[in-house]
Design a protein around this ligand. Structure first.
Ligand code: FDA
Length: 390
C-alpha cells in the first residue's frame, strides 16, 4: 500500500495543474488516470493548437448556479499567469480572435509543459489503470487501482465531465461526488451543435453554408459565425448559445445584424427591379439568400411588394426563430454544463464543505465557460486554487 499527501483523480487540464502546484509545494502527490496518456483533451483542443486561455476571462463568461463562485479562483490565477508559464517554456503563441490565445505550434507543447511542471514537483503518475473503488475511513482516502491500493488524507476529483465518451470521458466525478453525499447539478451537453427536425429539416439542404449572425437563446446573444449542417445548426455562435439553450426553447437568429431598420423599403426606391434574393446575396451566401427569400415567399421584384410586406420580411430576417428538436449530445459536446454543485465547495480552495479533505476541480464542477479558451482557464485556475492548499 502506497501513501501520499494527496491523490488526484484525472490527469486532464485541471488535474495536471493541481498536481504540479501541490507537488512543487513539497506535497507527495499521486496523479491517476485510466487513459494511457495524460491531457488527451488538451491534445485535440483548438484543432490541435489548444486555445489555452482567453485574455477577456471574467466570471460573467461562465455559467453556474452560483455566478459568483468562479470569481475567486479566476481572480487569483489569471490568463496572464498561465500565459507567463507558457512563455517561460518558450512556447510561441498568437491571439486569434476575441481574446483567444492559441499555440503557434501544437497542443502537445502544453501537455509537455504541464508534465514537466509535474516532474519538478516529483508527482507520481499512474496512467492506464482503472479506479475500481474509493472509500474514506480513519481520516484517509483509499483508492483501489486494478490490484494496487493507494491512500492519502486528501482526494481531488478532477475527472472532468462525460463529453466525448469515445475519448474516455465519464460521469465518474458525479458518481464519486454522490458517494460522498455532494449534490450534483443536472449535467447537460454544452458547446454542442443543435439539431433541426420537422419543417426545419429543409434547412439541412444548406449543409456547409455559414454566415456571421447574432444568435440568441433566452436573454443571451452572441455575434459569431453560424453554420448549417446535415443535422441542423453549428458554428461558434450556435455552440455558444447551446450552453444557454433548454429543450423546447427557440433559438433566434439575426441574419443581418448590420442592416438598419427600413433598409428594404429604402432599397425598393433605389433598386426597384432587384429581388430579395439578390439583395440578401449582397451580404449572405447565395444559397442561404435563396432559401430565406423562398421561405418568406418573396420571389419577385421588390417594386411589386408593399412597404408593409418588406418591413415584415426585415423583421423576420432579423428575428428568425429556429426551434431545435435537440442537440448532438455528449458525443459532440465540447463541454458538460452542470456538475458538482458549487454550494458544496469553498470557492477559495475547491474543498468540499461537508467532507474532510475532498476537493473537486475543473469541468467536474458546475462552472462552464464560453467557447474560446475559457474552459481551460477555469481548469488551470481551479486546479491551481486546490493545489495551493493540498
Ligand atoms: P479533462 O476532461 O481534461 O480531464 C479529465 C481526465 O479524467 C481525463 O484525462 C480522463 O481520462 C480522466 N478520467 C475520466 N474518468 C475517469 C475515471 N473513471 N478514472 C480515471 N480517470 C478518469 N477548452 C478550451 O478552453 N479551449 C479549447 O481549445 C478547447 N477545445 C476543446 C476541443 C474538444 C474537441 C473538446 C472535447 C473540448 C475542448 N475544450 C476546450 C474543453 C476542455 O477540453 C475542457 O474544458 C477541459 O479539458 C476540462 O479539464 P478537466 O481537467 O476538468 O477535464
Amino acid at each position: 500500500m502506497s501513501e501520499y499527501d494527496a491523490i488526484i483523480l484525472g490527469a486532464g487540464a485541471a488535474g495536471l495543474m493541481c498536481a504540479a502546484v501541490a507537488g512543487q509545494r513539497g506535497r507527495k502527490i499521486l496523479l491517476v488516470d485510466h487513459a494511457d496518456q495524460a491531457g488527451k483533451k488538451i491534445l485535440i483542443s483548438g484543432g490541435g493548437r489548444c486555445n489555452f486561455t482567453n485574455v477577456h476571462t471574467a466570471a460573467d463568461r461562465y455559467i453556474s448556479a452560483n455566478p459568483h463562485f468562479a470569481k475567486s479562483a479566476l481572480g487569483r490565477y489569471t490568463a496572464q499567469d498561465f500565459l507567463a508559464l507558457v512563455e517561460s517554456y518558450g512556447i510561441a503563441w498568437h491571439e486569434k480572435t476575441l481574446g483567444q490565445l492559441f499555440c503557434d505550434g501544437s497542443a502537445r507543447q502544453i501537455v509537455e509543459m504541464l508534465l514537466d511542471e509535474c516532474d519538478k514537483g516529483r508527482v507520481d503518475l499512474s496512467l492506464g489503470r482503472a479506479v475500481t473503488g474509493v472509500d474514506h475511513a480513519d481520516g484517509r482516502y483509499r483508492v483501489s487501482l486494478d490490484g494496487r491500493t493507494v491512500t492519502a488524507p486528501a482526494l481531488v476529483i478532477a475527472t472532468g465531465g462525460p463529453s466525448i465518451p469515445k475519448m474516455g470521458a465519464t460521469g465518474f466525478a458525479y458518481d464519486l461526488a454522490r458517494q460522498f453525499g455532494l449534490k450534483v447539478v443536472e449535467p447537460r451537453p454544452a458547446l454542442v451543435p443543435l439539431t433541426l427536425g420537422g419543417d426545419e429539416t429543409l434547412f439541412r439542404e444548406l449543409s456547409g453554408v455559414a454566415a456571421e449572425v447574432v444568435a440568441t437563446a433566452g436573454k443571451t446573444a452572441f455575434r459569431e459565425a453560424a453554420l448549417f449542417t446535415h443535422r441542423g445548426l453549428s458554428g461558434p455562435a450556435i455552440l455558444q448559445v447551446s450552453s444557454y439553450w433548454r429543450n423546447g426553447q427557440p433559438v433566434g437568429i439575426d441574419f443581418l445584424p448590420d442592416h438598419e431598420s427600413g433598409w428594404l423599403p429604402a432599397a425598393k426606391r433605389t433598386t426597384p427591379r432587384a429581388t430579395l434574393r439578390k439583395l440578401l446575396g449582397n451580404t449572405l451566401p447565395d444559397r442561404l439568400a435563396e432559401t430565406l427569400s423562398e421561405r418568406l415567399g418573396l420571389v419577385g421584384e421588390i417594386s411589386t411588394l408593399t412597404d408593409r410586406k418588406l418591413q415584415d420580411a426585415e423583421r423576420a430576417l432579423s428575428h428568425w426563430q429556429f426551434t431545435p428538436n435537440g442537440s448532438e449530445g455528449y458525443a459532440k459536446a465540447e463541454v458538460t454544463a452542470g456538475g458538482i454543485s458549487t454550494a458544496e465547495l469553498s470557492s477559495q480552495t475547491m474543498q468540499a464543505k461537508r467532507v474532510p479533505m475532498l476537493y473537486a476541480v475543473g469541468e467536474a464542477v458546475d462552472v462552464t465557460g464560453w467557447l474560446g479558451g475559457y474552459n481551460f482557464q477555469w481548469a488551470w485556475a481551479s486546479g491551481w486554487a486546490a493545489g495551493q492548499v493540498l
